[in-house]
Structure formats: C-alpha cells, structure tokens
Ligand binder design. Structure first.
Ligand SMILES: Nc1nc2c(ncn2[C@@H]2O[C@H](COP(=O)(O)OP(=O)(O)OP(=O)(O)O)[C@@H](O)[C@H]2O)c(=O)[nH]1
Ligand SMILES: [Mg+2]
Ligand SMILES: [Zn+2]
Length: 289
C-alpha cells in the first residue's frame, strides 16, 4: 500500500490544496477525506457506486452503510469522521418517515461521502478502509457525454479498487432499453479509462446490482439470466472486456404505495423496508479486491 498523502493533497485528484481548504480546488472532493487518511496513516480503498439518476444509488448506499454499522451478517463498520454518517442518517430518517430521499444534487460539494473501516467477524484481523461517495446520476451522465466535465468522477473511477454499477431492474424488465444503454455506456467509459490493449481485459471487480428487484422477482431467481435477457448489450460488453463481473439482485423496499405531496403531485411512498440482497454484492466485492 502506498504512503499516506501529504496533509493538503487531494485523495482523488492528487492536487495540492491550501491547508485550510474544505474542498479540493480542482475536483471539489472534501479535504476531510485527506485529513482522515493522514490520521489513519494509510490511503483507503475507493469503492464507486455508479448508475443513472433514479436507479436507487442513494437509498442502496445509505441502507448498506446503516446495515454495516448495525453489524449486518458477518460485517461491522466504524465510521471515520462524523461526516461519514450523514448519508445513512439522511436515508434512514426519510425511510422512517415513509418518504424517499430527495435527488442527489449535481453540485459535488453537496455530495455525502462515507469513510469507514469495515471488517468481517470471521477474519477480525483484516480491516478495509473504504471511501464511498454518493454521486448524482445526472453528473455521471454529463461526464459520459462530455468527458472531464466532472474531474471527481473521472478521478474516482480511475482510482477505484471496486465498482458497484446499479441498474433499475424494474425498468429493464418492462423492456425499456434506457437502463441497458446507460449501463453499456458506463462500462465502455470504464473500459476506456483503463486504456488497455484490446487483448487485455479490465481486472477491476465490478458488481452489477439489479436494484428495485422487488418489482421483478425473476431478477432474484437468476440475476445473470435476467441480465442476459434484459441487458444484453451490457452483458456482451462484460463478457468481452471485463475479467471480474458479478451479477446481483437487490431491493430495499418491501412494498410501495402512492400518495400526494403538498403540491398535490403523486409521489411514491415506501410502506416498509424489507432489505434483500443488500450485503451480497458488497461482500463479493470485498473478497474480490
Ligand atoms: N421499488 C423500489 N423502488 C425503489 C427502491 N429504492 C429506491 N426506489 C425508488 O427509486 C427512486 C430513486 O432512488 P434514489 O436512491 O434517490 O436514486 P439515485 O440513484 O440516488 O438518483 P440520483 O440521486 O438522481 O442519482 C426512489 O425515489 C424510489 O422511488 C427499492 O428498493 N424498491
Ligand atoms: Mg442519489
Ligand atoms: Zn481533487
């Protein structure tokens, strides 16, 4: 593992910043990440959670972080810095009030970043330092269309030891090709970032998470077959260019109702949480790192 960065060096883009800076002057990542990493004496592993707007990134990541801090399955986590708790707190507060969290803003300095130490009970001597930001889907779409418009997304994906690509399975199951095309584009962007020869495949482990699978239970029965059938462009690219891809189905919500907000707009209401398949992709990714 490389030496810890200087106190002012951005963890994402390695720009030197003024000591009192709160956000990196180039990529806008919070400098608190660097401060934590200096305190730990080592650089963390980055895990990027990516996907289109509205696929469920915020809900999934917030719920996952909360499950980890409540010792779900074999895992436990310790947040590094109070800023690391904001995302899970926001998501759990909204869900408890039977609401979904609001869309993640496109402004990078408003994203929540989680920095946590995670361990498995069965292997208590191995701790993983992880940094997982909650990015906005629209910012990711802009970076795909105009590369280098979001230095932070590019930097993160270049430095990520593992990637979770979230897909709206409910949309894909209805035959909407948008889910397939967006994921296809994202994987092609990651392939291009790796700059490998055509004969070499991308080695970074990538967990493809079929979100909202509560709406299409066939995704739980056989995630791989679901992807082959409903996300065929993505599946082919994975086969051709990626060495280490796992397919998983997940859902946070048990049942959804409909209501109206104060402006009489129809809104979806999470009736209750019934997490399924949340830890599995994360666990697979950790063992593949
Ligand atoms: N059926 C179902 N719907 C879900 C689930 N999780 C999220 N949703 C729906 O998906 C919507 C978007 O979820 P978010 O987590 O905000 O999506 P996001 O990917 O963070 O979107 P951006 O912030 O715009 O990038 C929610 O408002 C819900 O309507 C789930 O487990 N099941
Ligand atoms: Mg979001
Ligand atoms: Zn930076």
């Amino acid at each position: 593992m490389s030496a810890s960065p200087a106190a002012t060096e951005c963890l994402i883009c390695h720009t030197d910043n003024e000591e009192e800076a709160q956000f990196c002057s180039v990529c806008l990542a919070p400098m608190s990440l660097t401060q934590e990493s200096v305190a730990q004496g080592r650089e963390p592993c980055m895990i990027s959670v990516i996907g289109e707007s509205n696929v469920g990134k915020t809900v999934y990541l917030g719920y996952l972080l909360d499950m980890l801090s409540r010792r779900a399955g074999d895992y436990e986590s310790v947040p590094k810095g109070p800023f690391s708790i904001n995302l899970q707190q926001t998501v759990m507060t909204y869900l408890a009030a039977r609401m979904f969290p609001t869309k993640t803003p496109n402004e990078v300095d408003q994203w929540h970043w989680a920095y946590a130490q995670v361990a498995n009970h069965r292997d208590p001597n191995t701790w993983y330092d992880l940094v997982m930001p909650d990015m906005a889907g629209e910012a990711i779409a802009t970076e795909l269309d105009v590369p280098e418009s979001y230095a932070v997304i590019r930097g993160l994906l270049q430095r990520s030891s593992g990637i979770m690509l979230l897909i709206d399975a409910a949309q894909a199951a209805m035959g909407n090709v948008q889910a397939d095309f967006f994921a296809f584009k994202l994987m092609s962007y990651i392939d291009q970032l790796s700059r490998l020869r055509i004969s070499d495949k991308v080695a970074t482990p990538i967990a493809i998470v079929l979100c909202k699978s509560d709406c299409c239970p066939q995704a739980f029965d056989h995630p791989l077959l679901f992807a082959q059938t409903n996300l065929n462009r993505l599946w082919n690219l994975c086969e051709n260019r990626f060495e280490n891809v796992g397919f998983f189905a997940a859902s946070v919500i048990g049942s959804i109702g409909y209501g109206t907000d104060q402006d009489e707009n129809v809104v979806t209401v999470p009736m209750h949480s019934a997490p399924r398949g949340i830890i599995e992709p994360f666990e697979w990714l950790l063992t593949a790192l």
